[in-house]
Ligand binder design. Structure first.
Ligand code: GDP
Ligand code: MN
Length: 338
């Protein structure tokens, strides 16, 4: 069940080198947006800018997911903007709500304390559902089974530059599993027991750790502790087969069974980042420096004159988040020798 506007082909046609109304789809990929119905105004602005800056030349499909059924109004307003097929799906309840064995007393106590401490979304159940869904379930949705790569797009995010290339094709040609634009520090209070859980997992499963692991990006003491650096997951271009693979599957199950998504407030950003760093490894992660990207309150703007000019970027290249004190990009740079 999807809106097949204009191009008249089915999602199963969206595959390597398929020509769609003049556009060439080179990778098996989709744009992906998780949204509430109430996010509609922000959603359409973001879809429009990404279509204009990138997708009108490629016509990749869009998949929209929601824990509630999308309204007709949401579907109508989105569908006039997209250049490729567009699909809307309600998330399966068991992928959204907490598992039955979660101790609600403990979870409630955790929320109360975190809210008291003034942690953003500290008292929110729906935010925790969302983080757990983005960590371990989105790539299991029926509609996404057809795809390997996705570009995660959030309502309200802004794209500042023309993409004069296909990031999905780049991922495929270079065997990348994870692409980012912004990296920063996590709020420690939300993930107090995450690193000890990760450490126990890799002690039990050393076979999953890449020989080329990016441990030095996420730890300053060879794995003793987490330095809180993570890729900001409101932007992600990544390979779902990596999440579906044995390492991440075992990793997610291990994290899930600890209850930390609910007893604490583990974000999908540190969870994805730690997995990409340890199991994917340095050479399978890519910094998309030419993609000007804004999600409040941070903007990554290409600082290289040539990239900024060719991208016709609307961001200020002298004010990229890359060089802010809260950015972890310098660690990434030193890891890859730049
Ligand atoms: P932040 O970026 O960490 O401040 O979190 P957001 O509020 O932007 O949420 C992240 C993403 O999840 C966005 O795409 C939201 O639209 C989506 N989202 C958050 N909570 C819910 C929810 O309860 N239901 C649905 N359908 N989407 C949600
Ligand atoms: Mn957001």
């Amino acid at each position: 069940p999807g809106y097949n506007n204009n191009v008249g082909h089915d999602v199963s046609d969206v595959y390597d080198e398929v020509h769609v109304a003049g556009a060439v789809l080179r990778a098996n990929a989709t744009l992906l947006m998780l949204s509430r119905n109430s996010d509609i105004d922000a959603a359409v602005r973001t879809v429009k800018v990404l279509e204009d800056r990138f997708n009108r030349n490629y016509r990749y499909p869009w998949v929209f997911l929601n824990d509630q059924p999308f309204t007709e109004d949401f579907k109508r307003r989105v569908s006039i903007l997209t250049s490729g097929p567009v699909y809307f799906e309600k998330i399966l309840d068991e992928h959204w709500y907490h598992p039955k064995w979660i101790n609600e007393t403990l979870a409630q106590e955790g929320r109360r304390k975190m809210e008291e401490d003034g942690v953003i979304y500290g008292g929110s159940v729906s935010y925790r559902n969302m983080c757990r869904f983005n960590s371990g379930f989105f790539y299991r949705q029926p509609l996404l089974q057809n795809y390997k790569y996705y570009w995660r797009v959030e309502p309200g995010a802004h794209f500042h530059c023309d993409a004069n290339f296909d990031p999905f094709a780049f991922m495929q040609e270079n065997n990348k599993v994870y692409g980012f634009t912004i990296t920063l520090y996590e709020i420690e209070r939300t993930i107090e027991s995450l690193w000890s859980t990760v450490s126990n997992f890799i002690t039990e499963h050393p076979e999953f750790v890449s020989p080329n692991s990016a441990m030095d990006f996420i730890s300053d003491d060879e794995g003793e502790s987490y330095n809180l650096c993570h890729f900001w997951s409101n932007f992600e271009i990544a390979d779902m087969d990596f999440w579906r693979g044995p390492a991440y599957t075992a990793f997610f199950d291990y994290l899930e069974s600890s209850g930390g998504f609910y007893y604490e407030r583990w974000g999908d950003a540190p969870v994805h980042s730690i997995a990409a760093a340890l199991f994917g490894g340095t050479d399978r992660i890519h910094f998309f420096r030419e993609i000007g990207y804004e999600h409040f309150p941070a903007t990554h703007c290409p600082t290289e004159e040539e990239l900024w000019r060719l991208g016709r970027c609307t961001c200020d290249p002298t004010h990229s988040f890359d060089y802010e004190g809260e950015s972890c990009l310098w660690r990434w740079g030193s890891l890859i020798g730049q």
